[in-house]
Design a protein around this ligand. Structure first.
Ligand code: GDP
Ligand code: GDP
Length: 439
């Protein structure tokens, strides 16, 4: 189990920057104004040979009486509860503030080991500016610069030291079966992504607030089911906020795309009560382009009658024909109905996407297919298909060699695809077939 490190501190001290530095990703939004990163962020951190999970938190606001601030405080508490150690981040340039004291008190109440990091300390060679922070009562103050990557190794080593970690070199290599399947739940706003994820995880993990100025960034949550490890990548992006926060909205689109990119399998969630909208089709298009394995789940099945059910199934056929390879599931996240088969489909999609296909078997199938039905002549030339080999995985790519292959029709390509899919039991993954003609 990777240790969990939570980053806590008031807004703008550089938690997200530190998070990015530790996880080496752009998983958190860094912007020049307070309060943009209000959700919890999970990321995989690595420093030297140590791997850990980092949580970036919204932090405790001083006046956490109501609304979003109360929710942030709740989320932060939950993150701290899950963490093995807390990195308490303060701002070396602004110096000690009343809010820092409040957070210190809260952290003391929660009773987790804490390391105090004074960020933005680049260029501060004497420690005089840091002395005040001893008042917080967390022992040594470590000057770091998240933006410049200074003091990171010491900070992480200090944070992890009390945890008595086993040397990762001593651990056996994990086999593929135990690698987490990275799963992204993609869908437009309100289809029920958070509801489904909360149902899955059995606890509130996402800030359920939906008010202008808050973004719900992609987060990643590791968990296990039936011995299979998953890493859930939520994509709460693509959220329209009127015209006010366009930059944020655009950013959410990017984050959805990034989440799709970094996933092994994408669960595309649709809303049965709304049918298939343009936005659904866009997202589906992105997924297709990414080449990721995909499972489609139509949520809110509990809330539609049989007429609507028929209608949405027809819409999926007509509006998302390019995802025909994906299996289709009807679920209710709220009523916890139909969820089991979705897990099976996800595992199957992943298996299909990573299937190994040997050259002899591919070539035999190809020649059998040709014998069953030869490709049509194109002008003076009849395409000659000679042999096939696998050109890639995730998605699987089959490369077919021969002559005059530029004359192979789309219909014939689909015929071949069908044969290969059937033979290798490929469900839920795109299959790319490429032709290479030799002279
Ligand atoms: P958060 O609200 O605590 O997550 O803070 P952010 O990571 O969003 O950072 C707030 C601001 O501080 C941004 O403008 C960052 O570029 C800046 N910042 C973060 N780390 C450093 C640092 O090490 N040095 C300096 N000078 N600025 C930093
Ligand atoms: P997200 O924006 O995709 O994360 O969607 P939410 O999870 O916030 O859900 C949007 C709304 O749909 C909420 O009011 C949920 O209660 C509702 N909802 C989610 N799942 C279901 C479901 O299975 N059935 C019904 N009837 N409503 C649902």
């Amino acid at each position: 189990m990777k240790p969990v490190v939570a980053l806590v501190g008031r807004p703008n001290v550089g938690k997200s920057t530190l998070f990015n530095r530790l996880t080496q990703t752009r998983d958190a939004i860094v912007a020049d104004f307070a309060g943009l990163t209000r959700d919890r962020h999970y990321g995989n951190g690595r420093l030297g040979k140590h791997e850990f999970i980092v949580i970036d938190t919204g932090g405790f606001e001083p006046d956490a009486g109501s609304g979003i601030y109360k929710e942030m405080a709740k989320q932060t508490r939950q993150a701290v509860a899950e963490a093995d150690v807390v990195i308490f981040v303060v701002d070396a340039r602004e110096g000690l503030s009343a809010q820092d004291h409040d957070i210190a008190n809260e952290l003391r109440r929660l009773g987790k080991p804490c390391v105090l990091a004074a960020n933005k300390a680049e260029g501060m060679h004497d420690g005089t500016k840091l002395v005040d922070f001893y008042e917080l009562g967390f022992g040594d103050v470590h000057g770091v610069s998240a933006a410049h990557g200074q003091g990171m190794r010491d900070l992480v080593e200090l944070a992890l030291a009390p945890l008595n970690l086993a040397d990762p070199d001593d651990e056996e290599d994990e086999d593929d079966v135990n690698k987490p399947i990275k799963l992204a739940v993609a869908g437009r706003p309100n289809v029920g992504k958070s509801t489904l994820i909360n149902t899955w995880l059995g606890e509130e993990r996402l800030v359920a607030f939906d008010m202008p100025g808050t973004t719900r960034d992609a987060i990643s949550v590791p968990f296990e089911r039936n011995g299979q490890r998953f890493e859930l990548i939520d994509t709460a992006g693509l959220r329209r906020k009127g015209r006010v926060f366009e930059a944020i909205e655009k950013f959410s689109v990017v984050k959805t795309l990034q989440a799709i990119e970094s996933a092994n399998v994408v669960l595309l969630l649709l809303d049965a009560t709304q049918g298939v909208t343009d936005q659904d089709a866009h997202i589906a298009g992105y997924i297709l382009e990414s080449g990721r394995a995909v499972v489609i789940a139509i949520n809110k099945w509990d809330a539609v009658d049989s007429y609507q059910r028929e209608q949405i199934q027809r819409q999926i056929e007509t509006r998302l024909p390019f995802l025909k390879f994906a299996s289709l599931h009807f679920i209710s996240a709220i009523k916890r109905q139909g969820l089991g088969p979705v897990w099976q489909a996800i595992a199957q999609a992943h298996k299909s996407a990573t299937r190994k296909m040997s050259t002899p078997v591919l070539t035999r199938l190809l020649l059998e297919a040709v014998q069953f039905q030869a490709p049509q002549r194109g002008g003076m030339f009849r395409p000659k298909l000679r042999y096939a080999h696998q050109g890639g995985m995730n998605p699987p790519v089959i490369i077919i060699h021969g002559n005059s292959l530029e004359h192979v029709t789309d219909a014939y390509k689909r015929f071949l695809e069908g044969r290969f899919r059937k033979e290798f039991d490929l469900v839920g993954t795109p299959l790319r077939i490429q032709f290479k003609s030799s002279q």
